[in-house]
Design a protein around this ligand. Sequence first.
Ligand SMILES: [Zn+2]
Length: 491
Amino acid sequence: MDNGWESIIGMEIHAQLSTESKIFCGCSTRFGDEPNSNTCPVCLGLPGALPVLNRRAVELGARAALALGLHINHRSIFARKNYFYPDLPKGYQISQYDQPFSVNGVLEIMTAERDDAGHPVEWRPKQITITRLHLEEDAGKNVHEGLPDVDRYSYIDLNRAGTPLAEIVTEPDFRSSWEAYDYVNHIRRALQWVQASDADMEKGNLRCEANVSVRRKGDNTFGTKVELKNLNSVRFMQRAIEFEIDRQIKVLESGRKLAQETRLWDEKAAETRVMRSKEEAHDYRYFPEPDLPPLVVSNECVQRVKGEMPELPDARRRRFMDQYGLSFSDASQLTGGKSLADYYEKAAEVSGNARGAANWIRSEVLRELEGLGVEASGSPVNAENLGLLVRMIDEGKISGKQGKEVLVQMFRTGKTAAAIVEEQGMVQVSDTNEIDAIIDQTLSANQQQVASYRGGKETLFGFFVGQVMKASRGKANPKVVNERLKARLSG
Ligand SMILES: [Zn+2]
């Protein structure tokens, strides 16, 4: 911003850890089951029921923490966060407070401002400090839609109560809505990459909140902070932050004061509105959870989890650059998701042409996948078959142009390149005798142009190439045609 103002943004993300059962009981975490069918005395908060920590939730929390560069504390404490809400039958949520699971992460993300059309202007690295990642349980859900008499009743579904969450909190390190946007996408990819969370915002298993304030450039103190909620997609979040920055600047420039409050994003109205003010804010009265012992994570345990994790995106990007000679931007694109990176490596191996495989994926395959709305892992053309197609082209069996047609048909039919090439008689002609014969016919049919060419009009060369290619019905190997034509015309 060049208007004399600076925006300060901090992010909080809640990611559901991909366990099969809840964090303190054995109930299923399956999505979409009949309401209240996955409940028991523990997650219903019945008196006398005791929580038992799910080991898998700790392992996945550790994966998430390590993927984001956090330090895992040897000892952490669960705490009760007290508040009253209908979807929280115990009257408190088990979370962590002053001794969290992991702390002090430094994460490097790639970020870019966007132009008016929404295209990234210039990608640059930015370091984000992650204050903490702690473990906690989710609350249930109030349902206000799709049930009888919803105008008079609220319904409560406790299937989600007790689902394990990782809460990830940053320092106020972001200076624009796009930095926050790129950060959330980075987190989503990292969590999916190590299979700690599905991180799907539409299903609600990744939720984010933004703390937004503005100040005059050069000021050292922070302005009044507003908390934004109800950000149901990364794009909505970006728009909400942008709106909020403008709103705050307008309020301050008009000489009024900002209230410290929580605001909700209303996508239809494209504005934020007040949910609650600070006067109504909760005092959670945290205290240590007496029913759970301290969580102790040994160094051996951390090393074991590390050993089970796949190569992380940044390391894999660097390796793609070193091992396959890819540029930074190519390697970044091909490590945009784990399934895409796996797909690329397999295609590179089968084709024996790492750069060629990269070009085919970046230009042709990604476009097809986008059209189908699927990830690389769901591609109708698997990596082996793409690799075989690239090899056919490299071996001169078909031209690159034919290859593009073949690939489109592979996506439509699921057939291999070899099958399509055979069916359509598409084989490229590289035999010099055959090509020479076509050249001779072409030259004798265009003697006037041959005379002009030999008289110095060398721009006619392209014309001859075109005529020969046409006479071969596109099957002649263009490289061979070029070589032979030059020889014939100069002779
Ligand atoms: Zn339960």
